[in-house]
Write a protein that binds this ligand. Structure first.
Ligand SMILES: Cc1cc2nc3c(=O)[nH]c(=O)nc-3n(C[C@H](O)[C@H](O)[C@H](O)COP(=O)(O)OP(=O)(O)OC[C@H]3O[C@@H](n4cnc5c(N)ncnc54)[C@H](O)[C@@H]3O)c2cc1C
Length: 806
C-alpha cells in the first residue's frame, strides 16, 4: 500500500466523540499531516480479567486481575457490562463518522508493541501515538509504558489534557497540584462563581472530517493467545464469564425491588439521560431530592458516564445553562426554564466540583490514595482490624478469623443493620447505591467496626458501575477519617438514625432485605435483632444469623433528640411544625400574579386562575411544607405550582371550601424521584376537587393516606399526551384511596404498573374505600402489563378496576 502516516489514538476514559479534544483537533486542523487514524481501546489485563478472551485450550500470560487487600476481582460484572456497552457505543459513533475502533485485550505494553510491529510489517508508518492524560498511579504507569514502547519504535508520543472535568486544569489558578487546599470549601470558594468557570464543550466532528481508517487488511489482529470479540454480546460474555463463578450462588433479586440504575453505557445513552433529567425537572429539583434512596431520578445517575468519559462535566454544565437561559426549546416545558440558575442546578455544579476536587487530590497525593493511613501525616489513634492473620496485631480483638467472617457478612449484607444490608445488597444486584447509602456503609466499616477501610474501597471498585479511582478512594478515605474531612475521626454516621432520617417508612430496607418486609415496627426493620420473639417467630427469623449474631447493635430510639438538625427532619419533630404556621403566614402575598415564599407554607386565600405558588426552602419544606388553598373562590385553581418541595409533607396540599382544581402541578419533588404529592396525607381536600396533569413519574407515589378527597373528586393524573414515559406507576406505593372517587389514568403513554405498590400485593396493604373506580384509558396500548398489579384483594368490595383501550 502507499505510504501512510498513521496516528494511533489510545482511548481510555474518554469514550465519546463529542467534546473530545483529540478528535476535535484531527477534524478541524490539517496541520497534523496524518493520513490515517486508528482509534484503539485496550481492556487492560491488570484491571480487568481478560481470560474470557483466551482461545480454547490456552493459558493467560497474565496474573488474575485481583485486588491487593481483599483479593476481589478488580472489575465486577456490572461495570464490565457497562464498560463494554460504552466502548461499543463509541465504536459505532466512530464508524458513523467513517472511522472505527479497534478493541483489544492485554497489557498496554503487549498490545501496543504487537500492533506497531504488525503495522510496520504491512508498510504502515506509525507516526504518533496520542492519548489523554490521567493522574492516578496505574494510569500514569500505563502512560509511561506507552511512552517507552513509542520510543523503542521511534514513534512520537503525546499526552493531551483530559477535558472532562468541570473546571479545566488550566483555569483553576493552581500553579502546582501541591497548592490544592486541604479543605474542599476553601477550594470551592476559590472557584466561585462556579457557573462562570467551565470552558465551552467542543463540537462533535463532522462526517468524514477525521483521517480515514486503515484498509481492513492492514489492521492488526488480536495477539494470541487471545481472540477478539465480534459483537457486543460476545464482548460482554467474554468479560463476564471468568468472574461469574464468584456470583453463582448469589441470592435472588428481591421480588418487587427496583434498580436505581437500570441504564446502559455509552455516549448515546448519557445524552438521553441528561436531556431527560432536564426535561422532567429533576435537575431543578436536585438539591431536595439528592439524598433519596429509591428510584432512578432522585439523583442524576450520570456518574458512570462521567467515569468512562462518555460525558463531560462541562457538557452537563452547558446543557444546564441552555435550560437556565431558556435558549433551547427542547427544555421549554421544564420547570424553571429560562429562569436562571436555581438551587438544583447550582447543587449539581457543586457536586461536579467535588468530583474535580477528588481528582486534584489524586494529583496532589499520588499513591497515598491507597495507603491505610491515607493522607494523614500524624499517626492515627485507631488500630485497624484485619482479616489477614499475617498483618493483624498479636492482640487483635476480634481475631482475624472472626474479622474475616464479619467482612464476609458485611459484603453479603447480612449484618443485621438494615440500612447497611440494604445498600450492600442493592450494590450487589445492581452495581449502584446512593451517595447517602455509600457514606453510611463506609462509616459503618471504618468507624463502627474499625476494620481496614480498604476492604470496602476494593469491594466498591469491583461492584460499582460508576467506579472511578479518585472518587472512590478519596471518598472512602474521607469517610474513614484519614482523608481531607476536617471533622476526620469525629464524623460518625449512626446508621439507625440515618435510616429514620432518610428511609422513614423503611421502604428502602424492606425492598432490598426481604427477610424484614413483614416486620411491623420500623425499629425492627432497621435492626432486626431488636424484634420481640413473637415478631421474629411470625416472620420465621428466630434463627436467622442477623438475629442470632448481629454484627453490631446500636442503642437508638426515636424518642431521643437528634444531635443536630438534619434534613429531612426526623419524624419526631414534625409535631412542632404546625406551631410555625403563624410565622409562615407572613410570607403570604396577594394578587393575581405570583405567590412566592422563601419559607415552607404558601397560604393562598384568594386564589385566582393562572397563579403560581412557589416555595423554595427545601429543608424546612421537608418538615411540613404545604400549599393551602383555604377559601378559594369556586373554580379557583392552584395552577402551575412549581418549585422545590412544593406540596411535600403532612397534608402537602390542602384544598378547602371550594370547588377547586389543581392543574399542571409539575414539581418533581423530594425523595424517591419525581413524585407529586408526597407524604402523609399528601393531598387532602375537603372540597370537590379535580386534579389533573401532573407531569411527574409517580404523581401520587408513596403516600401513607395518599389521596383523600372528601367529598369525592376526580383524579386524572396522566393527562399529558407525551412521548416521554410519564405515567409509570402513578399511584405506586399509595396505601389508601378514599371512597367513591374516580382514579383515572388517561392518555398517558408510559403505561405499566398503573396502580402498583404497597397499595397492593407488595406491602400487604389494600385499596381501602368503597366504590372507587380505578380506570385506565389507554391510547397507546400497554407497553408492559400489570396495570393493576398488586391491586387485590380489594376491601371492602365494590371497587372497580378496568381499562379501556382506544
Ligand atoms: C464511599 C464512597 C465511594 C464512592 N465511590 C465513587 C466512585 O467510585 N465513583 C463515583 O463517581 N462516585 C463515587 N462516590 C461519590 C458519589 O456517591 C457518587 O458520585 C454518586 O452517588 C453517583 O450518583 P449520581 O451520579 O446520581 O450522583 P449525583 O448526586 O447526581 O451527583 C452528580 C455528579 O457529581 C459527582 N459527585 C457527586 N457526589 C460526589 C462525591 N461525593 N465525590 C465525587 N463526585 C461526586 C458525580 O460525578 C455525580 O455523577 C463515592 C462516595 C462514597 C461515600
Amino acid at each position: 500500500m502507499a505510504r501512510t502516516n498513521l496516528l494511533i489514538y489510545l482511548m481510555r476514559r474518554d469514550l465519546r466523540v463529542s467534546d473530545n479534544p483529540i478528535l476535535h483537533r484531527l477534524a478541524t486542523s490539517k496541520e497534523h499531516n496524518f493520513t490515517h487514524l486508528l482509534p484503539v481501546f485496550i481492556f487492560p489485563s491488570k484491571q480487568i480479567e481478560v481470560s474470557g478472551f483466551l482461545a480454547e485450550g490456552t493459558k493467560s500470560p497474565y496474573p488474575e486481575a485481583r485486588s491487593q487487600v481483599g483479593n476481589f476481582w478488580r472489575c465486577g460484572p456490572h461495570r464490565a457490562r457497562f464498560l463494554a456497552q460504552s466502548v461499543w457505543d463509541v465504536k459505532q459513533s466512530l464508524e458513523s463518522l467513517d472511522s472505527g475502533l479497534l478493541i483489544r485485550v492485554g497489557s498496554f505494553q503487549d498490545v501496543l508493541d504487537t500492533t506497531i510491529k504488525s503495522l510496520t510489517k504491512c508498510g504502515v508508518n506509525v507516526s504518533a501515538v496520542w492519548m489523554t492524560e490521567e493522574h492516578s498511579f496505574e494510569e500514569i504507569e500505563e502512560q509511561e509504558t506507552v511512552s517507552s514502547v513509542c520510543s523503542d519504535h521511534g514513534v512520537d508520543f503525546r499526552l493531551w489534557p483530559d477535558e472532562k472535568y468541570f473546571v479545566d486544569d488550566r483555569d483553576t489558578g493552581l500553579a502546582h497540584p501541591r497548592d490544592l487546599p486541604d479543605v474542599f470549601t476553601t477550594y470551592r470558594k476559590s472557584q466561585e462563581p462556579l457557573r462562570d468557570q467551565p470552558r465551552s464543550p467542543l463540537p462533535k466532528p463532522k462526517m468524514s472530517t477525521l483521517p480515514p481508517l486503515l484498509d481492513a487488511h492492514a489492521i492488526p489482529s488480536q495477539f494470541p493467545p487471545f481472540v477478539a470479540a465480534k459483537s457486543l454480546a460476545e464482548l460482554e460474555s467474554r468479560l463476564i464469564s471468568p468472574i461469574s463463578a464468584m456470583f453463582h450462588d448469589q441470592p435472588p433479586f428481591p421480588e418487587g425491588a427496583q434498580s436505581a440504575h437500570p441504564f446502559t453505557g455509552g455516549e448515546t445513552e448519557a445524552w438521553r439521560r441528561l436531556e431527560y433529567l432536564i426535561k422532567i425537572g429533576a435537575m431543578a429539583a436536585y438539591k431536595s431530592t439528592r439524598n433519596g434512596l429509591i428510584g432512578p431520578d432522585f439523583s442524576t445517575k450520570l456518574s458512570a458516564y462521567l467515569s468512562n468519559g462518555s460525558l463531560t462535566a462541562r457538557q452537563i454544565h452547558h446543557e444546564l445553562v441552555r435550560f437556565e437561559n431558556g435558549t433551547y426549546s427542547k427544555y421549554v416545558m421544564a420547570t424553571g426554564y429560562g429562569e436562571g440558575e436555581n438551587d438544583g442546578t447550582r447543587a449539581v455544579r457543586f457536586e461536579l466540583l467535588w468530583r474535580d476536587y477528588m481528582r486534584l487530590c489524586t494529583q496532589k497525593f499520588g499513591r497515598r490514595l491507597f495507603r491505610l493511613s491515607g493522607l494523614r501525616e500524624t499517626p492515627y489513634k485507631r488500630t485497624w482490624k484485619t482479616g489477614n492473620a499475617e498483618h493483624a496485631a498479636a492482640d487483635q480483638d476480634p481475631s482475624p478469623e472472626r474479622v474475616s467472617h464479619i467482612i464476609e457478612r458485611f459484603l453479603q449484607g447480612t449484618t443485621g443493620m438494615g440500612l447497611i444490608d440494604a445498600s450492600q445488597r442493592e450494590l450487589f444486584h445492581t452495581g449502584y447505591t446512593s451517595n447517602r447509602a455509600r457514606q453510611n456503609v463506609a462509616s459503618f466499616l471504618a468507624k463502627h467496626l474499625e476494620i481496614d477501610w480498604r476492604y470496602g474501597a476494593e469491594w466498591y471498585e469491583m461492584m460499582l458501575v460508576d467506579y472511578d479511582v479518585s472518587s472512590n478512594w478519596s471518598n472512602w478515605m474521607y469517610v474513614a477519617g484519614v482523608g481531607n474531612d476536617p471533622r476526620g475521626e469525629a464524623r460518625i454516621f449512626n446508621p439507625v438514625k440515618q435510616a429514620y432520617d432518610y428511609d422513614r417508612e423503611g421502604e428502602y430496607v424492606r425492598m432490598w432485605v426481604p427477610e424484614v418486609r413483614n416486620m411491623e415496627k420500623i425499629e425492627n426493620v432497621f435492626q432486626v435483632c431488636t424484634a420481640s420473639l413473637d415478631d421474629l417467630e411470625s416472620s420465621g427469623l428466630t434463627s436467622h444469623v442477623m438475629v442470632t449474631d448481629p454484627i453490631k447493635k446500636i442503642d437508638f430510639s426515636v424518642d431521643k433528640k437528634p444531635r443536630t438538625s438534619r434534613k429531612p427532619t426526623p419524624k419526631w419533630r414534625l409535631r412542632d411544625s404546625q406551631a410555625r404556621k403563624d410565622k409562615d403566614n407572613d410570607n403570604e402575598k396577594d394578587g393575581d400574579g405570583n405567590w412566592r415564599s422563601s419559607d415552607t407554607t404558601v397560604v393562598i386565600r384568594k386564589q385566582s386562575n393562572n397563579s403560581q405558588a412557589v416555595a423554595n426552602d427545601p429543608g424546612r419544606a421537608n418538615d411540613d411544607g404545604r400549599a393551602t388553598i383555604a377559601h378559594g373562590a369556586a373554580g379557583g385553581n392552584l395552577n402551575r405550582a412549581s418549585g422545590t418541595n412544593r406540596s411535600l409533607g403532612t397534608n402537602g396540599v390542602t384544598v378547602a371550601n371550594s370547588a377547586s382544581s389543581l392543574t399542571r402541578v409539575r414539581r418533581p419533588s423530594e425523595a424517591n424521584g419525581s413524585n407529586g404529592f408526597h407524604g402523609t396525607h399528601g393531598l387532602h381536600t375537603t372540597s370537590q376537587t379535580t386534579i389533573m396533569g401532573q407531569y411527574q413519574h409517580h404523581p401520587f407515589h408513596d403516600q401513607l393516606n395518599g389521596i383523600s378527597l372528601s367529598p369525592p373528586g376526580f383524579v386524572m393524573p396522566m393527562y399529558y399526551p407525551s412521548s416521554t414515559p410519564f405515567g409509570h406507576s402513578p399511584f405506586g406505593n399509595s396505601q389508601w384511596f378514599q371512597t367513591t372517587n374516580t382514579y383515572r389514568q388517561s392518555r398517558g403513554r408510559g403505561s405499566g404498573q398503573g396502580y402498583r405498590g404497597r397499595g397492593g400485593r407488595r406491602g400487604g396493604q389494600r385499596y381501602n374505600g368503597r366504590n372507587n373506580s380505578f380506570r385506565r384509558d389507554n391510547n397507546n396500548g400497554p407497553r408492559h402489563g400489570g396495570h393493576f398489579d398488586g391491586g387485590v384483594p380489594l376491601t371492602p368490595a365494590n371497587n372497580q378496576f378496568y381499562e379501556s383501550s382506544t
